[in-house]
Design a protein around this ligand. Structure first.
Ligand code: SF4
Length: 324
């Protein structure tokens, strides 16, 4: 097994809910509830789930863009949640985050060359001439022509802008990049190119990725392991091939069935995910998937399932696998 660059243990992010009449706290939304996972050096973990399941909050809490209430985020053995300002800044240089909307991440009044050089300047990289040379190298690293350095964000396509965001992230030689839905706003053909580029960069620079997406088919290509998240909790984790061959949690099976297939035999057995994900404030007792689960049983309504190891590093939170 590869050495781990990141270990997240029992991470919790709970937001207070205020009463409608009096502004006092009447409850908590458990946006991230006891989430644990690990990522090896140069490895990708896919974190998958529907919009609003807590996967973005997990990524943001890891680098303290959102405050976590409990847990550990161990990056090369140091708990990010406990670091002082100076150590936190040093760690943040090693962990970059890219988002769904590259346009929002770029200053529309700044040329692409200046946008890349800005990151180098912030991190005290050499002279102006050295920064210009490095910006030209970085734009070629993300497979764009140097001519783009003099252009502005509005002159680029969505895919090209995402490459510039990636070039800025690479400027500080990160060891881990949190990719939050980085391709979901792009056309399908551009998605594939961007995922291939991420894969090439990983091989070349040994970067680890936490790849957050609502789309299992996008995550499959890049991820060694996949964690499936539902209503603030990871409900299934397995190696990518194992997860696609033997999806065990009813939610994972429904997510997989929502991926279009050209195989006519597959269509007969599809389990469709009905209804929307309940609000996090509606979480009651029992399994948080029970209101949508085709396999729901009596105990699912009042007993929360524990994590069960079904073998080969495949773990699932579901009463279907409980051995009495
Ligand atoms: Fe469905 Fe019950 Fe398993 Fe939850 S514990 S996923 S409700 S079978």
């Amino acid at each position: 097994m590869k050495d781990m660059i990141l270990k997240v243990r029992n991470l919790k992010v709970h937001f207070p809910v205020k009463g409608e009449i009096l502004p006092r706290v009447v409850g908590h939304v458990k946006a991230v509830d006891d989430v644990s996972f690990r990522i090896g050096y140069g490895e990708t973990l896919g974190l998958v789930g529907e919009s609003g399941c807590g996967k973005t909050t997990t990524g943001r809490a890891m680098i303290r863009l959102i405050k976590a209430q409990a847990g550990q985020v161990l990056f090369e053995g140091k708990d990010i949640l406990q670091l002082g300002k100076q150590d936190l800044n040093a760690v943040r240089k090693n962990i970059q985050m890219i988002f769904q909307d590259p346009f929002a991440a770029l200053n529309p009044r700044m040329s692409i060359g200046d946008a890349i050089e800005e990151v180098l300047y912030i991190h005290n990289y050499g002279s102006k001439q050295a920064r210009r040379k490095r910006a030209a190298e970085l734009i070629e690293t993300v497979e764009l022509n140097r001519a783009y350095l003099s252009r502005y964000p509005h002159e680029l396509s969505g895919g090209q802008r995402q490459r510039i965001v990636l070039a800025r992230a690479l400027a500080v030689d990160p060891k881990l990049i949190i990719c939050d839905e980085p391709v979901s706003a792009l056309d399908v053909s551009i998605q594939a190119q961007t995922v291939n580029l991420l894969e090439d960069l990983q091989k070349h620079f040994n970067i680890a990725y936490l790849f957050i997406s609502h789309d299992l088919s996008v995550v499959k290509h890049l991820s060694k392991r996949i964690a499936v998240m539902y209503l603030g909790k990871i409900v299934e984790t397995a190696d990518s091939e194992e997860l696609f061959a033997h999806p065990s949690h009813p939610y994972t099976r429904a997510l997989l069935d929502s991926v279009p297939s050209i195989d006519p035999d597959m269509k007969k057995e599809r389990v469709l995910l009905e209804g929307d994900m309940p609000s996090m404030t509606e979480q009651g007792q029992g399994c948080r998937f029970h209101s949508r689960c085709p396999n729901v049983m009596e105990r699912c309504y009042h007993e929360e399932p524990q994590t069960i190891d079904v073998g080969g590093g495949h773990a699932v939170d579901c009463h279907l696998y409980a051995v009495e």
